[in-house]
Design a protein around this ligand. Structure first.
Ligand SMILES: Cc1cc2nc3c(=O)[nH]c(=O)nc-3n(C[C@H](O)[C@H](O)[C@H](O)COP(=O)(O)OP(=O)(O)OC[C@H]3O[C@@H](n4cnc5c(N)ncnc54)[C@H](O)[C@@H]3O)c2cc1C
Length: 272
């Protein structure tokens, strides 16, 4: 059963919503006036884009909660779903029930990690166990054990489906953690597909969805150094400890001070 992520919908005019939310914070105008200007084109779309791009570089993140996406997700394991539902702020889940949905197939479908496939002999062991679980599950149903109790034998590999509603701020936070190399492959792939879906409809926002070390997020790694050393992204992203060490050198006067305008150049390079 393949992983499938579909963007079901997103709240109308996300860039305008963000513009309105940020603008309300920084202008003496009322929201009604701001929205009249958005509506009648006084504020050109390009200006809205530029304004938002600047705001997205800052830590003022609460307006991002006003942009919402809905996703349909299928073919993920119950191992993934345990991880996914730990996110509790700014996200709402509906998940397929194992009480009301019975697995009727001859053989249960289940998610198989590549590590089992790649390890000689282990794919067969895995399939044998899944077949045995299928047999016992179906026997339980035939004997009248209700699905809600029969499911106690189902494994973490059992596939499940979600409809989720998530605001953009929480989607960024989830991506911070779950696009990180330290997250498990399955949830990483799922979040990468969520990013692909957002990129398709609102590229300006999709481009912001990165692991926390991405140049549009923190820009550095704060995971244990040995994990950073093993991570492929670690080849291009600094570790927090390196930055502290550089800063200490800078404070001690062992580094050439940044010239005026250089910090801006460094920021711009990071945002290309
Ligand atoms: C690599 C990795 C390994 C993990 N390993 C384990 C493990 O071994 N065992 C385990 O139990 N879990 C583990 N987790 C899950 C982890 O502990 C969190 O439950 C999960 O990442 C979601 O938590 P969150 O705080 O980011 O939740 P979210 O709901 O996504 O949080 C959103 C934001 O709100 C903040 N927030 C949420 N609730 C509160 C609150 N009550 N008060 C203040 N701020 C709040 C969060 O700090 C965060 O900034 C792991 C996660 C990762 C990414």
């Amino acid at each position: 059963m393949p992983l499938e992520v579909t963007l079901i919908d997103y709240a109308r005019d996300p860039l305008e919503k963000l513009y309105g939310a940020y603008r309300t914070c920084y202008t003496p105008k009322t929201p009604a006036e701001v929205w009249r200007e958005i509506g009648d084109g006084t504020i050109p779309r390009e200006k809205i884009r530029e304004f938002i791009q600047e705001r997205l570089k800052t830590g003022h993140a609460s307006p991002l909660e006003q942009v919402v996406f809905w996703f349909g997700i299928s073919g993920v394991s119950r191992a993934l779903s345990h991880q996914f539902v730990r996110h509790r702020i700014g996200i709402s889940f509906e998940q397929q029930s194992q009480r009301y949905v019975k697995y009727r197939e001859e053989r249960l479908e289940y998610v198989t990690p590549k590590s089992w496939e790649k390890t000689p002999g282990m794919r067969d062991e895995y399939d044998r166990l899944m077949a045995e679980i299928t047999r016992v599950y179906q026997l339980a149903m035939q004997k009248g054990i209700p699905a809600e109790d029969a499911r106690f034998v189902l494994p973490n590999a059992t596939p499940t489906n979600f409809q989720v509603m998530v605001n953009f701020q929480e989607l960024l936070h989830i991506a911070d953690l779950r696009l990180c190399w330290r997250a498990q492959w399955e949830i990483r792939h799922m979040v990468a597909q969520m990013r692909r879906e957002v990129l398709r409809v609102v590229p300006e926002l999709g481009a912001q969805i990165q692991p926390k070390c991405g140049e549009k997020r923190m820009g550095y790694c704060d995971e244990p150094v040995k994990d950073w050393e093993a991570c492929p992204i670690g080849k291009v992203r600094p570790h927090k400890e390196q930055l502290f060490a550089l800063f200490a050198q800078h404070k001690a006067g062992n580094l050439a001070p940044l010239q005026e305008g250089e910090l801006r150049k460094v920021e711009d390079a990071g945002n290309e």
